[in-house]
Every structure is written in C-alpha cells, then in structure tokens.
Ligand binder design. Structure first.
Ligand code: HEC
Ligand code: HEC
Ligand code: HEC
Ligand code: HEC
Ligand code: HEC
Length: 417
C-alpha cells in the first residue's frame, strides 16, 4: 500500500528518515531525547497517512492560501480552545483524551494511541500537526449518518484523494477520485451537527436545529452553497480555469455574515413614551448562533441617541443558551452541561420581534435609533477568562474578546408635535 504523495515524494521521505536516524544516532543517550525522537517518529507516521497541508500547497497554492485564512486552519491553535481543552481534561468526564480532537484534528480517529501527542502539541500553543486541513477532509470516503454524531470513514493507507471532479487532470503526487459527498452537507455534518462531549444534553445536543426543514435546504442548498461559494479559477497551479470552491470558509469572518439577518425598525412616539419594535429576521437555515462552544451568543444591541448624539438609552437581547451542570450550577461548557436552562437561539429562518420602551428624548426635534446584531465576545466566569487571557500572546486583546458585527441599521425619527 502506498500513502498519497508517496509517488512524488518517496525519495525525499527516505532521505528524511535516514537523516532522522543519523540525528538520533548522534544524540547523547537521555530520556528526553528518546521521547523527542519518538515524538518526531509518531508525527511522521501520522503524516504518512494524512499528508501535511504544506505538501498540498506546492501545487494548490490558491486553495492553501484561502484555507490558511479560515478558522479551520486554526482549529487547535486558539487560546480559548487550549484553555477549554485543559478544563475538559481535568473534569471528571475528561478521560477520553482524543474526544475534542475528533473534530478539531480528526486524524486522531486513526491514531487514538497518539492522543497524548495531539494534547501536548496543542498545549504547547504552536502545534505543527494539522488540525482540520486538506487530507483531513479529502481522505474521507464516506460519512455514516446513522451514527450520532455522524462519523467519517477514512480510507487509511490508500493513495486516492477524493474531490468534486470527475474530469480531473492526472498528476504525479496523488490519484484523484470523484465523490458526490464533497457536494453534500453530509461531509460537514460529521463535525457540525452535534458534539459527543455534550451527549448528556440528549435532544438539545443539536447545533444546527431543524435545518433539514429550512426553505434553503428544501430548495436544494447544501452547506457548501453558502460556505464554500463557487468561483472560476485554477484548481491546481497552472491548470486550466474551471469551477472551483472557495476554501476560506466564510462564517464569522468574511462577507457572508451580511446575509445573516434583516433588521426592520418600527417606532411609536406617544408623548413622553416611545416604543421601538425591532424585527430580527434570520436568513440562516440553521441555528444562529450554532451552539458549540456552549458560550456562543449573538446580541441585538439598541442605542438611542438624542441631543448632540448623546446616548440617552440602550438595551440588548441575547440569543444563545445557558446551561446547568450535574450539581445544578451554571456552566459555560457543553461537556459539563446536563440541562439547558434558557434557550433564546434564533431558530432556522426565524423572525423574532423585540420591543423596547423608553422615555422620549427631550430637547431635540429628532433622535437616532441604532440597532445592530453582533457575535458576542467570550463571556463566562472570571477565572476562565483570566486563563484564556494568560494563554494568549494578545492578552485581553485576543480576538475571542472582541465582538464581530453582523448587520447594523440606523433610523432617524422625528419627535413631532
Ligand atoms: C473534521 C471536522 C470538520 C469538518 C468535516 C468540517 N468542519 Fe467546519 N469547522 C470545524 C471546526 C473544528 C471549526 C472551528 C475552527 C476554530 O475556529 O477553531 C470549523 C469552522 C467552520 C466555519 C467557521 C465558523 C465560524 O464561526 O466562523 C465554517 C463556515 C465551517 N466550519 C464550514 C464547514 C463546511 C461548509 C464544511 C463541509 C464542507 C465543514 N465545515 C466541515 C470542523 C469541521
Ligand atoms: C463533533 C465535533 C466537535 C467536537 C467533538 C468538539 N468540537 Fe469544538 N468545535 C467544533 C466546530 C464545528 C466548531 C466551530 C463552531 C462554529 O463556529 O459554529 C468548534 C469550535 C470550538 C471552539 C471555538 C473556536 C476556537 O477554536 O476557539 C472551542 C473553544 C471549542 N470548539 C472547544 C472544544 C472542546 C474543548 C472540545 C472537547 C471537549 C470540543 N470543542 C469538541 C466541533 C467539535
Ligand atoms: C472542511 C473540509 C475541507 C478542507 C479542510 C479542505 N477542503 Fe478542499 N474541498 C472540500 C469540498 C467540500 C470541496 C468541493 C466543494 C464544491 O465543489 O462545492 C473541495 C474542493 C477541493 C478541490 C477542487 C476544487 C477547487 O476548489 O480547487 C481541491 C483541489 C481541494 N479541495 C484541495 C484542498 C486543499 C489543498 C486543502 C488544504 C489547503 C483543502 N482542499 C481543504 C472540502 C475541504
Ligand atoms: C504535484 C502537484 C500536486 C500536489 C503536491 C497535490 N496535488 Fe492535488 N491535484 C493536482 C492536480 C494537477 C489536480 C487536477 C486539477 C484539475 O483537474 O483541475 C489535483 C486535483 C486535486 C483534487 C481534486 C480531485 C477530484 O477528482 O475532484 C483534490 C481534492 C486534491 N487535488 C487535493 C490535494 C491534496 C489534499 C493534496 C495534499 C495532500 C494535493 N492535492 C497535492 C496536483 C497536485
Ligand atoms: C443559505 C445559506 C447557508 C447555508 C445553506 C448554510 N449556512 Fe451556515 N451560515 C449562513 C449564514 C448567513 C451564517 C451567519 C453569518 C455568518 O456567520 O457568516 C452562517 C453561519 C454559520 C456558522 C458560523 C456561525 C455560528 O453561529 O457559529 C457555521 C459554523 C455554519 N454556518 C455552518 C453551516 C453548516 C455546517 C451548514 C450545512 C449543514 C450550513 N452552515 C448551511 C448561511 C448558510
């Protein structure tokens, strides 16, 4: 059996292992060096089966560069992930070291005896192992949707990479094979539908909601339609232009979020009292936000600006979930949660009406209403926030502590007589 890439890279690989053996031979005998050498060996074994994304970059530069900007390329890198992983591993239920990696670095599924390596590299903060990279998707042969969550079946030790093309151009690095899975949501659902670590939540362990019944899905849309938009370009360097798929996976980042919701504002000024009704129409065919990590939330902010554009009133509504653990205490971790205490998530394509009442702004002929929907920054118990902050080179400036705007709307309202 030949691993993918071996035909193109075989000689280089032999060269490398000889070099490795020479290095090991010249190392002074000591436990830490032996451990280090074993680690290098384990990693190269893993990467023989799941070639590192850097190898694909050589010929698929555009795809690589798009993927590199996506959250997927950072799936085991974020301070929030590192910290949450640590909390999970120390928790009473945290015996399965591979659990989080099943989706964050899914090649662990084929190397469960190496889970410690994944943990160590993640904790180190700058893992050289891939997370959700090229081979981790393109070696998936089948997704078993009868399982909860659905499970990917990898073709291990095979030499074929699966993709969307029937009429692929042959190349020297790997064999190609068309698989319809790559144009179906099933591929994505194996990581995005539910989390095994939140199994205690039963039916509420459902990240996307009643997605199958949404208008978007009924009209034939798949996850890829919106999150891997098609364009025309080179699939591999120097090849003919054809239909390709964007690999920057727009979500919280990228323009797609402007298509997440519509905000409509209605105002009733009645003397001293004003009532504003905001209609939040979600255009997303699944829950907004998706409910993993459990602290994820979207916030509707309302601000009223009166005389000299000074804020005279503000209020907000939070869309997310709150949970309780087995002791009845609130928790922000789905792996500790046994019960949902409140659920305000925007359901697929739902329209929610929010009413705000406040004193009519004084000494002004008009006032401004600003409404905006944002992804909320990480919130939770102070000790956890401090740990995340300490883990991040950016400290309190880490991106997890910044809100991300989704859509905004401003209206100017006359106070009238
Ligand atoms: C092997 C598991 C896995 C598969 C398969 C997978 N994803 Fe993901 N996806 C993840 C993980 C893990 C993250 C979060 C990365 C991070 O931020 O740490 C993510 C993040 C994303 C994001 C960014 C979300 C955000 O908050 O901005 C989008 C969009 C996305 N995935 C879409 C898809 C689509 C579309 C597919 C199918 C073509 C897919 N994913 C398949 C694991 C997976
Ligand atoms: C079933 C697949 C799956 C499992 C198992 C899983 N995750 Fe995730 N995780 C995801 C996906 C998909 C996303 C992206 C969600 C989004 O953006 O909507 C994500 C996002 C995250 C994020 C936010 C992005 C980031 O990297 O900071 C954190 C933190 C996180 N997961 C922690 C964990 C921890 C800790 C575990 C183990 C207890 C775990 N996850 C297990 C699929 C999974
Ligand atoms: C989360 C899963 C996922 C990851 C990670 C991923 N891909 Fe893809 N890739 C897909 C899917 C799905 C398609 C087909 C999309 C379509 O046709 O709608 C695809 C299509 C392709 C194609 C053919 C079309 C095109 O856009 O050129 C190539 C080549 C490709 N991927 C290479 C790569 C490489 C190289 C990487 C790593 C840098 C990578 N992929 C990472 C899921 C993934
Ligand atoms: C020596 C150059 C080279 C390397 C290295 C390489 N590829 Fe390719 N790959 C190609 C060429 C050429 C095509 C055909 C593109 C076309 O038909 O437009 C291709 C096609 C593909 C396709 C589409 C297959 C299909 O039938 O839909 C995928 C997926 C893919 N490569 C993934 C990868 C991944 C993942 C890696 C790294 C593990 C990789 N490639 C490394 C040259 C390369
Ligand atoms: C009709 C277009 C559309 C389809 C189809 C679609 N999404 Fe989304 N998705 C969106 C929009 C719009 C957003 C919200 C704005 C944003 O974050 O980009 C979003 C947000 C997301 C996010 C990040 C936000 C969060 O709450 O964590 C993830 C992850 C995601 N979608 C995954 C998926 C998966 C998996 C599928 C398939 C099962 C899918 N989406 C199908 C449009 C779509």
């Amino acid at each position: 059996m030949t691993a993918p890439m071996e035909r193109g890279q075989g000689r280089q690989a032999i060269g490398l292992s000889v070099l490795l053996m020479v290095c090991i031979a010249f190392l002074p005998v000591g436990a830490s060096h032996t451990v280090q050498a074993q680690t290098v060996q384990s990693q190269s074994l893993i990467e023989k089966t799941f070639p590192h994304s850097k190898k694909c970059k050589r010929c698929h530069e555009r795809v690589y560069e798009e993927w590199e900007t996506s959250p997927l390329s950072k799936s085991i890198h974020s301070p929030a992930f590192r910290t949450a992983l640590d909390v999970y591993l120390k928790s009473p239920g945290g015996k399965d070291q591979a659990l989080c990696f099943r989706c964050h670095a899914p090649h662990v599924r084929e190397f469960s005896d190496q889970a410690q390596l994944f943990v160590d590299q993640t904790k180190g903060g700058d893992p050289s192992l891939d997370g959700v990279a090229c081979s981790q998707c393109h070696l998936i042969k089948h997704v078993d949707r009868a399982k909860h969550p659905p499970e990917p079946k990898y073709e291990v030790g095979g030499k074929t990479l699966y993709g969307p093309y029937k009429d692929f151009v042959q190349n020297l690095a790997h064999q190609s094979m068309e698989s319809s899975l790559f144009q179906k949501s099933d591929l994505c659902l194996n990581c995005h539908q539910s989390v095994p670590s939140a199994a205690n939540l039963g039916k509420a362990n459902d990240l996307l909601g009643n997605w199958d019944q949404s208008r978007a899905v009924m009209s034939g849309k798949e996850c890829q339609t919106c999150h891997m938009p098609q364009q025309v370009g080179e699939s591999a360097n120097g090849e003919k232009k054809r239909t390709i798929a964007n690999h920057s996976f727009p979500g919280r980042l990228g323009k797609l979020r402007q298509e997440a919701a519509k905000l409509a504002v209605q105002t009733k000024v009645e003397g001293d009292k004003t009532t504003v009704t905001v209609k939040v129409q979600s255009l997303v065919p699944h829950n907004l936000p998706a409910t993993h990590p459990a602290w994820a939330s979207v916030v509707l902010n309302l601000e009223i600006k009166g005389k000299n554009l000074k804020t005279v009133f503000s209020d907000k509504r939070v869309y997310g979930r709150t949970y309780q653990d087995a002791q009845g205490q609130p928790t922000i971790f789905d792996f500790e949660a046994v019960k949902v205490t409140e659920d305000t998530v925007l359901k697929p394509e739902e329209t929610r009406e929010e009413t705000f009442t406040f004193p009519t702004p004084k000494d002004t002929r008009t006032f401004d209403i600003e409404v905006g929907l944002t992804y909320a920054p990480l919130t939770g118990p102070a000790p956890f926030l401090q740990l995340v902050e300490a883990e991040s080179p950016q400290g309190s400036q880490d991106s997890v502590f910044q809100p991300i705007d989704i859509v905004k709307r401003t209206e100017n309202v006359p106070v009238g007589k």
